[in-house]
Structure formats: structure tokens, C-alpha cells
Design a protein around this ligand. Structure first.
Ligand code: AMP
Length: 383
């Protein structure tokens, strides 16, 4: 076996992508004395504002990707939609973690689902769909309601369509035509939960307490930690996340989104081979945040403690909060149990993730109430 590759403080971490996940990774990395370079097609990005170096080029620019990778010791990515080819170019010049294979699997729903099924892991029934006739056959087998999703490049509910008994399948398919899609059986879940798991090259793993996620318009709205579920369910969810990380031979951090059924069964919804919105609580509430853990895992350091210090709730701040002008930051600053995170994005478009709030409480319910109150306090009244 080859020697494990360890990158100590002072090394340079490369981050493909430049959004808020890279920003929080960069904060964690710079705090521990690493240098951070980021690569994306944009300038003045959430990650770039923190990094030592922001490279602005297309992911398809082979020369730029190779030059970037030559200038870092270890490279990771902060979102899945980086072309696998770019990761292959990079891997010729530096260590890449997680591997390109993990990225390749997780950026395509069908590949991901086929992998999970072949690994014997639980997920909702599904059918690949490539034509209207195929959609009709799939609906015949899986029934309605069911959910039609694009196989690639979907996130936050984009590229999804719920089918009901009165859906016009020709019209539904028209929105997907030309793309590979997947029809998923409807899951009558009781709760949506997620587990963030980290895995090192030596195979050691660490899981965070289970998150309970509440979505609005398919976008994560609120996360409560610990989730309001029984101990055995929490243990089963954590064990499942570890199984997925092992099956993937992951080195890094993985978010496993799960559906909890009323009978206590758990199904995997989707995977993200990176820190996740539902794990943002850990930045303030855990001994080791998911971002520091990502850094540790990809740099070959031992994993840190995932213990969470207090019940906590995270509320996303979307661009909609700016609809009546700049939010009332002072109102939130006056709340001592609330932490404000802003991602440095200039343009607050509706639905765009601009930041989040983390609130503490004696219970998760109290924390959630404080998080909601803080978010309301930000909203300006229309005058
Ligand atoms: P996704 O982008 O696949 O995570 O889906 C976004 C959200 O849509 C999920 O968090 C669920 O709230 C809902 N959803 C997705 N797939 C299903 C399903 N098969 N059954 C019920 N709800 C679903």
C-alpha cells in the first residue's frame, strides 16, 4: 500500500467552485494556516473573497485547470457540477479528494441510484426515462403520485415535476425532452433528515448528529439538530451514511439526504460528496465544523470531534429577504443567541441563498423558534 498523503498547515488547498460552501471551507482552512486557491468562471465570489488566490476561468479550459492544479498541493470541489474531465486534468498535477469517480457518480441521479441499488442500500423505486413512451411505461409501473427528475444538473428541486393522476404526460415530458430523466416512486415520508459523514483515507469515519430538514418550495428552509427522532432511528441513519461513504470509498465529506417513513424505515434520497446546507449548523455548534472536517479528511489529518454543543437551528436567508430593502441586520445583532452568516453575494435574487442564521436554545424547538424570530426581525416592513 502506498503511504497516505498528508498535507500539513502551510500547504495549499485548491477548491473547484467558488460558492458559500467553498467560502466556509476557506475560512476553516485559513484559520488553520493553509493557503487557499479557488477556481470558477466568476469573479469576486464568496470563496474568492476569503481565498489567497481567485482564478477566473472556464471549467473547460484545460490549460487553466492544469495550471491551477499545478499550483496547489491537494484539490477538492465544493459543488458537483464540475465536469469530470476537469477533475481528470487536475489529477495529473495534484492529489484530488474525493476522487473523480465519486464526483462522476454523484453528479448524475441515475448513476447514483444504480450504484446505491447495486450496493444493497435502501432507496425509493425508480425507472430511467428517455422518451415520452418510456415515461408512460414508467408511470404504469411506479404509479402516481411520482416525481420526474432530470438525471443531471438538478438541485434545490430544479428540474423536477410531481406527476399526479390528472397530469398530462405528453406535456410533462415536453419539459424534459432531450434529457435523461428518472421517475421516482412517491415517498410518503414523515420527516426529511440528513447525515453528514466524513471519511479518511485510512477508512476512519465520523458522523454528525442527524439533521431534521424542513423545505419550502424545494429549497431547504430550516434545519433542526438533533433531529426529533428516536435513538434507534438516529443510529440507523448514521450507520447508513457510513455504509454509503464506505461503498463509495470516499475520502472527504458526504451529505446523505434521507426520507424517514412513518414505520421507521429510512430511504436514501440523494448524496452530495461535500459539505451540505443542512450541516451549516456545525460551523457554530460543533467542536469541528463540517468544513474543518472536509479540510481534515482531504488533507489526511485525523478527523475531529463531531460533538454538537447545544440544540441548534439553522434558517436559510434567501434573496427574497431583501425584497423590501436591506434587511435589518441590527435587529439580529441584538439577539445574543443568534449567529449571522452572509456569503458576500452582491445580488439578492429571489430564491438565491444569500446567507443563513444559526440559533441556539435549550431544546431544538426553542432554537427553531429563535431562528424563525430572527429571520422575521430582518424583514423590513413595507412603508
Ligand atoms: P431532491 O432535489 O431530489 O432532493 O428533491 C427536493 C425535495 O422534493 C425533497 O427534499 C422532497 O421534499 C421532495 N421530493 C423529492 N423526491 C421525492 C419523492 N420521491 N417523494 C416525495 N417527495 C420527494
Amino acid at each position: 500500500m502506498s503511504e497516505p498523503k498528508i498535507f500539513l498547515p502551510g500547504s495549499t488547498l485548491g477548491v473547484m467552485g467558488s460558492g458559500q460552501l467553498g467560502r466556509m471551507l476557506a475560512i476553516a482552512a485559513r484559520r488553520m494556516g493553509y493557503r487557499v486557491h479557488t477556481f470558477s468562471p466568476e469573479r469576486d465570489t464568496p470563496t474568492g473573497q476569503i481565498a489567497d488566490l481567485e482564478v477566473c476561468a472556464s471549467y473547460d479550459d484545460e490549460q487553466a485547470v492544469r495550471a491551477f492544479a499545478s499550483g496547489v498541493d491537494v484539490l477538492t470541489f465544493e459543488f458537483e457540477n464540475i465536469p469530470v474531465e476537469s477533475i481528470r486534468w487536475a489529477a495529473a498535477h495534484c492529489v484530488v479528494r474525493p476522487s473523480g469517480q465519486v464526483l462522476h457518480l454523484c453528479q448524475h441521479r441515475l448513476r447514483e441510484k444504480a450504484f446505491l441499488r447495486s450496493a444493497g442500500l435502501p432507496l425509493a423505486d425508480f425507472e430511467p426515462v428517455t422518451s415520452e413512451a418510456g415515461l408512460r411505461e414508467a408511470v404504469e409501473r411506479l404509479g402516481v403520485p411520482s416525481v420526474l427528475k432530470t438525471a443531471a444538473f438538478g438541485y434545490d428541486g430544479k428540474g423536477q415535476r410531481k406527476l399526479s393522476p390528472d397530469s398530462d404526460l405528453a406535456e410533462a415530458w415536453a419539459g424534459f425532452a432531450g434529457q435523461h430523466a428518472v421517475l421516482e416512486a412517491w415517498v410518503p415520508f414523515e420527516r426529511e433528515i440528513s447525515v453528514i459523514v466524513a471519511r479518511s483515507e485510512d477508512g476512519s469515519t465520523a458522523t454528525y448528529p442527524v439533521c431534521e430538514n424542513i423545505h419550502t418550495n424545494h429549497i431547504l428552509d430550516l434545519t433542526l439538530v438533533p433531529a426529533r427522532i428516536s435513538e434507534p432511528v438516529a443510529a440507523a441513519a448514521a450507520a447508513l451514511a457510513v455504509s454509503v461513504a464506505k461503498a463509495l470509498n470516499l475520502v472527504g465529506v458526504l451529505a446523505v439526504e434521507l426520507f424517514l417513513l412513518p414505520d421507521g424505515r429510512i430511504l436514501i434520497n440523494e448524496l452530495a460528496p461535500r459539505p451540505h446546507n443542512s450541516g451549516h449548523f456545525s460551523f457554530d455548534a460543533s467542536i469541528t465544523s463540517q468544513f474543518e472536517q472536509q479540510l481534515r479528511a482531504v488533507c489526511g489529518l485525523p478527523l475531529g470531534s463531531t460533538e454538537s454543543l447545544r440544540p441548534v437551528a439553522m434558517a436559510n436567508l434567501l434573496g427574497d429577504a431583501w425584497s423590501n430593502g436591506e434587511p435589518d441586520w441590527l435587529a439580529v445583532a441584538a439577539m445574543p443567541d443568534v449567529k449571522l452568516h452572509l456569503y458576500g453575494k452582491a445580488e439578492p435574487r429571489p430564491g438565491r441563498k444569500m446567507g443563513h442564521l444559526v440559533a441556539f436554545g435549550a431544546t431544538v424547538e426553542a432554537a427553531a423558534e429563535t431562528a424563525r424570530a430572527a429571520r422575521s426581525a430582518l424583514a423590513r416592513e413595507v412603508r
